[in-house]
Design a binder for this molecule. Sequence first.
Ligand code: PLP
Length: 400
Amino acid sequence: MPSEAVTTLQPVPMLDFARQFSQIREEILAAVESVCTSQRFILGPEVSSFERAAAEACSVAHGIGCASGTDALWLALAAAHIGDSTEAVPAATSDAVITSPFSFFATASAILRAGAKPIFADIEPLTFNLSAASVQTAIEANPHLNVKAVLPVHLYGQCADWDSFTALQRNHPGLLLIEDAAQAFGATWNGAPAGSLGDAACFSFYPTKNLSAIGDAGLVTTKSPTLAERASMLRAHGMRRRYFHDEIGWNSRLDTIQAAVLEIKLKHLPAWNQQRRDLAARYNQLFLAAGLLSSSGAIADGLVLPYTHPRAQHVFHQYVIRAPRRDELREFLTQRKIGTEVYYPLPLHLQESLASLGYRAGDFPESERAAAEVLALPMYPELREDEQQTVVEAIRSFYA
Ligand SMILES: *Cc1c(COP(=O)(O)O)cnc(C)c1O
């Protein structure tokens, strides 16, 4: 019976972008054609139009489009004069930025690119987001460094606990809060959108993100006219006047085609994010019905489902469980053509390229535990109920 069940199970891909494209194909192709007709491929009128629409969706005055989420992080830091990356002669700086080691690599590498030092602090086990209490400890442990900013990540589509970060900022006047909101367009904290919580925020529109371009693209949002003006100057080689370079800057301009596509998708995003929440709720019900859940919250005892903080509205960029024998489970699902992913298997403080920061295994136990236990299941707005049932049934049979 089990072997027969294996062969009759349908494959469930981790992602299937073709389903969404088929719904909006005409709109997207018309927008691309219109940009081709205009031949204004770089920073064309659609870029300003998308920047305004995105800023409005985030309840802020300014949006600055750029080439990627990684660049958005660099631009926000450089615009705030963190690090020395825009100076022709680097200053002897000891600027530092505190962030989460349980994130995509760019969160830390952008800090280094800006010319500052990343300092890590551990995460909260329930949400996987940076812990403000650990950040406070890290500030106290590094009195010789000039901690200029904290860079919380809204991981998996849920905002970091912004009440705690606001309190932290109150106790450290001058400290900036910059959001890595790459996974969280449309998420809110106490009703306020990601992108409006910090002094600046950074979005990625990489094709797998919940708001996605048809290539690379990114955005900085901010309430501050000063930061906005600096970021837009730095993304175009430090020019305010054409060919007069006030600062070093970089080329991180946004393609017009990407902006035109993003503005169309932005209109659909609230509905897509709601579909993701509905799918998450259905996964929860299916797991509950399958009797697989940990009663103690410890994974030795069973699966742990995603936790949503009561003040957060999650957008489920990812639906991530903690699973006993995670790697074996993943292998079992792969054999049954059920897509899964591990975001992220190795915390940043243990990455070889960051060894010079001097961290060791054991420094951030919650991040290390999460890296060993998390498993992201198929999640995108067009995922079907029968596919979710297939996923949960396969997981049930693994633990049976
Ligand atoms: C995707 C992502 C980035 C980087 O964005 P790119 O557009 O790929 O450069 C940064 N931080 C987080 C948390 C991300 O998920």
